[in-house]
Design a protein around this ligand. Structure first.
Ligand code: PEP
Ligand code: MN
Length: 338
């Protein structure tokens, strides 16, 4: 349920409405626009049959949100959300943000070397996993807190924002101390305990689409985070599992356009996990930009053959740099900027 206040509604009228609805068990999410304030109410809507919100002073209209995702929906918020990642780095505007770096943080020196290269090529966010969701328990699981320290140090040294994966609700506080953005991996898209915990922070969260998740399920997972009060959510298409085996996953390019229509949240594309092979990453990245994504996440490694994870899909820094040049042209063609 969305309540639109009259342009001249007073703060007193707003507070009165919130107090009364809280007593009915509804939780209010206030969105103050330039012209008017709108409030999204989450909770047992049937109580509104007894107490219709239209009768409250200051209320102009009440719109039922038909989509099961409420706060995430375009019905709730028409303008696209622009999310601050760090200082002057924002996602959701004209600028397409590029996040790049190794799959896993392997050492301070290796991370610094890659960071300098990707920064020079135009990436503004440094990625690197310290807690890795590996299919096999015998594969490299990440450096843990030591890796987080390297990420923070290298981020500061290069002036880049940082992003790293959080797999467990118990690590939210720890990772929050070191990283500017939380990444929820595909395998944890429906880890609802984790999503709720992240909703109680104010840090940006990049939520990746699950391996076999529908777009609706992705949006419902985002709703978990917003419903707890954190509106700084970025979505990411990273390929889904299909019958096709020539590539690691299948990039659902449709998802970019669909998500941009259904929600106000920024949408990213990860061409590395979507394809699984470095030689297809460029084509998928360019398709993502052409389709209207707000950001890209690309894996880069100085020595892919020696990488501790995802070497096959990692670009060499020089390949990344030339791809960035091509991406700038595609961005220009769709009236965006990289
Ligand atoms: C990653 O970004 O390294 C990763 C594990 O991604 P995904 O969750 O999309 O598989
Ligand atoms: Mn990876």
């Amino acid at each position: 349920m969305i309540v639109i206040l009259k342009p001249d509604a007073t703060e007193e009228q707003l507070q009165h409405l919130i107090k009364k609805t809280e007593a009915l068990g509804l939780k209010a999410h206030i969105s103050r626009g330039v012209e008017r304030t709108i409030i999204g109410f989450i909770g047992p809507e049937d109580v509104l049959r007894v107490t219709p919100l239209e009768v409250f002073p200051g209320v102009e209209s009440v719109v039922p949100v038909l989509a099961p995702y409420k706060l995430v929906s375009r019905e709730f918020k028409k303008e696209l959300s622009v999310i601050k990642l760090k200082d002057d780095i924002h996602i959701g505007g004209k600028q397409i943000i590029v996040m790049a770096g190794p799959c896993s943080i392997e050492s301070h020196a290796a991370l610094l070397e890659i960071a300098k290269e990707v920064k020079k090529a135009g990436a503004t966010v440094l990625r690197g996993g310290a807690f890795k969701p590996r299919t096999s328990p015998y594969d490299f699981q990440g450096l843990g807190e030591e890796g987080l320290k390297y990420l923070q140090e290298v981020g500061q040294a290069t002036g880049m924002a940082t992003i790293t994966e959080v797999m467990d609700a118990r690590d939210v506080e720890l990772i929050g101390k070191y990283s500017d953005i939380y990444q929820v991996g595909a395998r944890n898209m429906q880890n609802f305990t984790l999503l709720k915990e992240l909703g109680m922070t104010q840090k940006p969260v990049m939520l990746k689409r699950g391996l076999s998740a529908t777009i609706k399920e992705l949006l419902m997972s985002a709703e978990y985070i917003l419903s707890k009060g954190n509106f700084n959510v970025i979505l990411c298409e990273r390929g889904i599992r299909t019958f096709e085996t020539a590539t690691r996953n299948t990039l659902d390019i449709n998802a970019v356009a669909v998500v941009k229509e259904l929600t106000h949240l920024p949408m990213m594309v990860d061409p590395s996990h979507a394809t699984g092979y470095w030689n297809f990453v460029g084509a998928a990245a360019k398709a993502g930009v052409a389709a209207g994504c707000d950001g890209l996440m690309i894996e880069v490694h100085s020595n892919p053959q020696q990488a501790l994870s995802d070497g096959a899909q990692s670009l060499l820094p020089e390949k990344f740099e030339s791809l960035m040049g091509e991406l700038r042209l595609v961005a220009q063609a769709v009236l965006r900027q990289i």
